[in-house]
Design a protein around this ligand. Sequence first.
Ligand code: VG1
Ligand code: CO
Length: 542
Amino acid sequence: MIRTVPTKPFDDQKPGTSGLRKKVPEFQQPNYVENFVQSIFDALDGFAGKTLVLGGDGRFYNREVIQKVLAIAAANGFGKVMVGQGGILSTPAASNVIRKYKAFGGIILSASHNPGGPKEDFGIKYNVENGGPAPEKITNAIFAKSKTISQYRIADIGGIDIDKPGTVEAGGMTIEVIDPVKDYAELMESLFDFNALRRLFESGFRMRFDSMHAVTGPYAKEIFERRLGAADGTCRNFRPLPDFGGHHPDPNLVHAKHLYDEMMSPAAPDFGAASDGDGDRNLIIGKGIFVTPSDSLALLCANATVAPAYKKGLAGIARSMPTSGAADRVAEKLGIGIYETPTGWKFFGNLLDAGMATICGEESSGTGSNHIREKDGLWAVLLWLSILAARGESVKEIVEKHWATYGRNYYSRHDYEEVEASRANALIDELRGKLASLPATTVRGLTVEKADDFSYHDPVDGSVSEHQGIRILFKGGSRLVLRLSGTGTVGATLRLYIERYEADPAKHDIETQEALADLIAAADDIAGIRKHTGRDKPSVIT
Ligand code: VG1
Ligand code: CO
């Protein structure tokens, strides 16, 4: 029943910021998926007889890969696979299932916010037993195995019916098809005061939640409309589609513009939110106000004690380096630790496990807490709702009061997508070369205080991660960060992060791009973005 199949390595199976992401036709090459899955197992030890969790965001090719992983897991000696019904598990739900059932680890099939379809993106990611993304030590080992692999093991178990809940035996392994929503909804109910949230909706509070035809649809329907009594129609685009209806399931001001427009209109509901392909990101928009993810993180931390799970306060806050310093000001006021990590959720795992951080966040719309080891879109929405219920104020009032108390960190990210890789690398190399000469120079009236290539020293395991983004820090606290994306599948994406701190409440209502205009110009002067990319403007501004 178990076959050993000879194979040849592919040289491009290096996991990026969050797993291996490629175009579907690349994953469809003979042995491509098999090689990578076998390489994951080859990089791990001690899973014989143990449980693996398996699910994905439902995108094109999800079902086929689920079957392959089941067959390879059986042949490699796993005792059991818990698979989400229909092959579905949001990233946060998978993290929860791994933790709750003490599984050995999990495989999540997703390319997150990237588009889906026969010619679009697919992804495979491995999560470890704490429920979080594999740390670099393991992703590096997987990549190393993928470069020398000569065979994979696969069991002939036929097609497994993953739509019928229950348990079957196949290839000497147990396969349990689980309800993807139930455990997750229970977890949310244990963290938040659902009675208070029900009263909020009973009082006429109106919300719009957009699942962007991705994985959170069934979760949102169950939690908001069924358990919390939000009006029918609160959830939009809640049917997961393999191609996300032809859109990017990226909850930002470009791809969720319809939600933004609605929230800026006179008929706007009280609260608008959206999530991404695999359900770990969130977009928050109040009536007449977009909340930047960095501000959202700060606000959630400042108000977290309204929710039962955080009643006793936070141990610390962690944010990725490019995320704005708004959360730092909250940490300072609360007298708790603040940690700055490289981009990607895998760097938060140690801090959460060690009890050093309770809430973590990234500027890319990811926020989460120690309830799991992934960022969690619906969790962020529920915490926002808890704050709105407790404070009885609008999103706009809450945000403006926050700025008045802490000051405002104007913040924006400019993405230059699908730039030729060699040109993007040349930009970064050139910039790196002149870092040492930047301090004390003045650009557009801004004096450089410090310029470096961020390297992270993990305070828990001592590991060091270098080249995690170039920082140019100016006198007065403004800052530019430049790095290349590790999740794209075509060419290179250059990300420019721009931040300026403004303490004066009289200057808190400037349009963001205008408030940052000098810094944006300085970025081009210093890094030669137009010259190197050949573009005169970014493809996406968030
Ligand atoms: C991006 C974001 C990063 C996030 C990662 C995965 O990475 O910047 O903050 O953790 O996506 O998010 P990069 O390397 O492209 O900048 V998800 O929701 O796509 O799994
Ligand atoms: Co995601």
